[in-house]
Design a protein around this ligand. Structure first.
Ligand SMILES: C[S@@+](CC[C@H](N)C(=O)[O-])C[C@H]1O[C@@H](n2cnc3c(N)ncnc32)[C@H](O)[C@@H]1O
Length: 304
């Protein structure tokens, strides 16, 4: 066993990682432990963002991340009543409830029992219009039956660590997508390989690897937009926990004040520079399967 660390800048929270059986089961167990611990500590607090956005970061950072994600996802959150939605890695259910409040019938799955317990508690309190059910399940082998009009996931596949589990997750989600349905994913997917933020529970997979996996699973990308092209936040994260807290907070606040408005205004168009991307995917027709990936992936709003 050797100690690696969580995905948050403070890196105070060591996660022990043992030898894997090769199927990723050990890493899944470690990941489950990490998310359970995080949920136990933060999920019931306030908006619950500390459990699902960057760990150890102040409220203003997590609030800004939430806003950037919400504005990027907004066009796909407007689902008609009755839409069957599968939300993967639902956390405390912040997107599930939003979709159910429009009348969608939502099934949320998450690896962590504590996230699911908190998602259920918050949903009982908020009473959305549509049904909203949560269960504990690994996205690589979702314990759900049937097909869904929308498969929705926000910053989840970036926590699926091994290439094999990632491939299985994309394939199973495709199998659960109804004909004519849409898969909406928001993930850390830099345009070039970047490993400085990788950890025992997080991997910034290059976007090319997403496109290749989508293609192999029989998905076409109908659109993809950027979320946060300003690079200072992610560049500063590895240093945040090493600085005295008042100084770290002051630098972070200054970075956010400058970058968030730029991200909000230009994020969608500066796709290539963006750390997070939204992928909107549909089943490929049999004919499209013969077309090379570069032609099949149309990227409106791309800056390259
Ligand atoms: C960054 S949080 C995002 C939560 C939620 N999507 C949101 O945006 O509020 C990642 C979530 O994915 C869950 N997760 C991580 N690995 C998973 C896996 N293999 N299967 C299912 N859920 C997973 C974690 O428990 C956690 O709730």
């Amino acid at each position: 066993m050797h100690a690696l660390f969580g995905n948050y800048p403070g890196r105070q929270h060591a996660v022990a990682v043992g030898a894997d059986a090769g199927d990723g089961s050990c890493r899944t167990a470690q990941s489950k432990l990490y998310w359970d611990q995080r949920a136990r500590r933060f999920a019931s607090q306030g908006s619950g963002l500390a459990a699902v956005c960057a760990y150890g970061m102040p409220w203003f950072y997590n609030g800004a991340i939430h806003l950037l994600q919400y504005l990027a996802l907004r066009p796909w959150l407007r689902v008609p009543s009755g839409t069957r939605v599968l939300e993967i890695g639902c956390g405390v259910g912040r997107w599930s409830r939003r979709l159910a409040s429009r009348g969608a019938s939502v099934t949320g799955i998450d690896l962590s029992q504590h996230m699911v317990t908190e998602a259920r508690r918050r949903t009982r309190e908020h009473k959305p219009k549509g049904p909203c059910n949560f269960l504990v399940s690994d996205v690589s082998a979702p314990a759900v039956t049937g097909r869904f009009d929308v498969v929705f996931g926000v910053t989840v596949l970036q926590h699926v660590l091994t290439a094999g589990q990632f491939e299985r997750a994309v394939q199973s989600l495709t199998d659960h997508l109804a004909p004519g349905g849409r898969m909406i994913l928001l993930e850390a997917a830099p345009s070039r390989p970047v490993s400085r933020c990788d950890s025992a529970i997080f991997v910034a997979r290059e976007e090319r690897l997403y496109f290749e996996a989508f293609r192999r699973a029989g998905l076409k990308c109908v659109t993809s937009i950027g979320v946060d092209p300003m690079p200072w936040k992610t560049a500063f994260l590895p240093h945040y926990g090493r600085l005295p807290r008042p100084l770290a907070l002051a630098i972070l606040m200054a970075i956010m004040v400058v970058s968030v408005p730029i991200d909000l205004i230009f994020g969608r168009r500066l796709r290539q520079a963006s750390w997070h991307k939204v992928f909107v995917l549909e089943h490929e027709s049999p004919l499209e399967r013969c077309i090379p990936t570069a032609v099949a992936c149309r990227l409106p709003g791309a800056d390259a």
